[in-house]
Design a protein around this ligand. Structure first.
Ligand SMILES: C[S@@+](CC[C@H](N)C(=O)[O-])C[C@H]1O[C@@H](n2cnc3c(N)ncnc32)[C@H](O)[C@@H]1O
Length: 222
């Protein structure tokens, strides 16, 4: 086994231990079994079905499941959310599992990804999710939600154009971003102004101890 393969195997073991830890169980509470079932499906099929890269399997809980869950405190009193570019279901499916009281639309243009999302919804028995195949722009004018989420879909200026028409007034877009998100704000100012948004807020999303917090950008539409 090469050093790199060994390192990945060790990382995968550590990630599996994290996923079964008391801290993660306590964090997800009653929803833990469903989240763990989703994580197991993604571990078994994610790479094979082209949903996540080969390196990601070894850091599924830390980089993907918990990273997605970090959005939850910023959903506030939302009754409806749309996750655009859900891909394997990140963050949308994790949020739908955590918040069964919230209506969740997963918007994704790629058929094999929407097929996967639908399978997960059925397997997990989620009653609060609608999988919508298409680009976010195709739904502009069709419906609005309280919060639009996304991760790794586009730079802020493009993302704002895709997301804000789906955000009802009084709602927000809440985006998982990297540490350098500040650099994306100036190029997006024109489009943010056109939607009369509030100043973007850079927030920290924490989940369990010893897992790096993630950067979240919230843009409210007053
Ligand atoms: C890099 S993947 C990220 C997937 C997932 N959000 C994650 O973080 O793992 C980007 C996803 O955005 C989707 N996408 C690209 N353009 C889109 C659009 N205009 N509307 C909705 N989804 C889009 C792609 O099909 C792809 O699944």
């Amino acid at each position: 086994m090469s050093d790199e393969t060994q390192a990945q195997a060790d990382q995968g073991d550590a990630d599996a231990v994290l996923g079964q830890s008391a801290a993660v169980r306590a964090y997800f509470g009653a929803q833990y079994d469903a989240v763990a079932r989703y994580a197991a499906s993604l571990r078994a099929e994610g790479e094979l079905r082209g949903l996540i890269g080969p390196r990601e399997v070894a850091r599924l809980w830390e980089r993907h499941i918990l990273n997605s869950a970090a959005v939850t405190p910023y959903l506030g009193q939302a009754g409806s959310i749309a996750d655009i570019g859900s891909g394997a279901g990140l963050p949308g499916l994790v949020l739908a599992i955590q918040r069964p009281d919230v209506e969740v639309h997963l918007i994704e243009p790629m058929e094999r990804r929407t097929a996967w999302l639908q399978e997960c919804v059925e397997d997990l028995g989620l009653q609060n999710v609608q999988v919508k195949r298409g680009r976010a722009e195709e739904y502009h004018g069709a419906f609005e939600v309280d919060v639009v989420t996304s991760r790794a879909v586009a730079a802020l200026s493009k993302l704002a154009r895709m997301s804000l028409p789906l955000v009802r007034r009084g709602g927000a877009m809440v985006v998982l971003k990297g540490r350098n998100v500040e650099r994306e704000i100036d190029p997006a100012r024109k489009v943010l102004r056109s939607f009369k948004t509030a100043e973007p807020e850079i927030l920290e999303g924490s989940t369990v101890e010893n897992v790096e917090p993630t950067t979240i950008l919230r843009v409210r539409r007053p």
